[in-house]
Design a protein around this ligand. Sequence first.
Ligand SMILES: [Zn+2]
Length: 677
Amino acid sequence: MKLIKKARQKINIVLLAVVMTFSSVQPIAAEQTTVVANKQVRIQDDFYTAVNEKWLQEAVIKPGYPSVSTFGELEDKCRVQLDAIFKQLFENQSQYKANSTERKMINLYNNYLNVEARNKTGITPIKSYMDEIKSAKDLSGITKLLNNLRIQQNTGLLNVGVGADLKDSTKNCVYINSTGLILSNSDYYTKDTEMAKTMKTAINTYLNKIAVLYGYSETGAKKKVDNAFKLDSMLAPSIIGQDEVTVDPNIYDRIYNVYTLEQLDQLAPNLKPSTMLKNIGLDKATKIILQEPEWLKALDKIYTKENVNIIKDALEIRFLYSTATLLGEKFENANKELAATLYGVEGETSREEQALNVISGIFSDEIGKLYVEKTFSKEEKEDVEALVKEIIANYKEKLQKVEWMSPETKTNAIKKLDTMTIKIGYPDKWMDYTDLDIKSIEEGSSLVENVFNIADWSFAKQVQSLNQPVDKTTFLISPQTVNACYNPSANDITFPAAILEAPYYDIHQSREANLGGIGAVIAHEISHAFDTNGSHFDEKGNVANWWTEQDYTKFEENTKKVRSFYSQIEVLPGQKVNGDLTVSENIADITAISCMLDILNKEKNPDYKAFFESWAKVWRIKSSEAYTEQLLQLDAHSPGKVRANAVVQQFEEFYEAYDVKEGDGMYVKPEDRLKIY
Ligand SMILES: [Zn+2]
């Protein structure tokens, strides 16, 4: 719900694909710019386009979305189920007690739909917070503000949270992450690129607009927004940018800096982080990890009485940025314009659809429980589980055969496979919403108040988990999410019920189609345990080196080839894939298909075409040009077409199945083909 990212983590769980991360309170839509040639494309020249030609011609991007894809289509399918669940909920609403989870969901849903109420209250729900920021007279006043959890969370100057210790994944500890920059990536402040200019101009315009809507004069708004960017520009050089994260092999050691409360205060005497941690209940931490000491030093240097006005203006703008879309239609419209500029989005989704997405995200387990009851059978769960086990067994064989890896490293790699936790469909235990307070508008609440309550509740759960063992049974993505993930710090793989649907998976479709769909997805997630990221984590999920030096050098040589191969692929005129940014996902794709082919090769008369075509179908996507450009800059995955084509090009089975020859568009010389494992 907040554009300024909270608890900006350098370490992310690895998702199968980027999904629309825009909150539904920032409705967006899309235009269609993908041009498909009318003449038939040969499979041998462009596999992806040839397989998906009809779909690419006919698929329509819905209003409110920047793209249409297999993922999006499955999300639509899932939404039909969620609609039915909600309909039922409303039919039974007279039975629900005041503090029941059902009542809370209905309250929030109605709350979200009631835009008239928001238009009427306008900025009132955030005014007291904004006034509090404005009234700070000096540094101690600002420090007091930062001790207020809601102000702290909605301004993102410091990002504090609880998470699994990177080097002892069984325990939870406190993380202090750097300032969530308005443009999200420090490279956009320190490097003069086209994308940086686009982002800065679009967001600057948006912030000025919402500051005027809040009630400032144009000059007043400009001064405040300029100061917000000024503060960011002062901090950005000390914050590690995305470009560096993608190429630094020692990034995990670099962001693992253990500090005591006293040491934090010594490093930042003006800010005194210990007081802030105490005020939000995190001072009892047995371990505090400061991700970027250079950033904290820089922030502390800026934290002086000379800069009080800059900091205050920045906090105001940041608070407004975080909450603006909850303040009624005028603010929503400004956000729509921003989405149109940045992502080429046109039109909007219905408010009911937005509400459903919001509720499904917040009450993810409650909705998830109802969703799996309706859609997911025990038989399917067992079938997919058997497939996962088969793929893991194949990986073991595969690793044993890797020529460049020593027996010592192989043993450690296989340990990761043996201890990997498999999560399929839905979690064994569900989240409890008893302590979450969601009141209706009639009871005097507002959308802003409810959203703040949700954030408070979520933070309180983090505080409770501090110094406690990490609960490794939870699902990081809900059952109704169309995606899959590998979590390196738990060494687990998750496949929610919503992705276990055709074309990925159908208990009744051919084995080859399932192997090219969900099989490849499973193999992709498993291989993240051994990609450029997962290679830094051991079988317990701890950052540790389990490689011999020689093996790691060879691994890096191989990955360099992957970086360079993908860097040469042009996606839009003059714009190529970022081979560094996408390296771990590309390795996962190549390794996945290699693994699935091992399995297929053992079968009697396997239908290779059905397998490869299933792979090409799951990655089809049509998106606005602006969105494609954004993804090229930000997404760790290569674009769908590249995922489909560049991967199959590496395998002899593909050349044989389709008689691909030198001179064909899909042809890559055998000596240039990529192989990691
Ligand atoms: Zn992945």
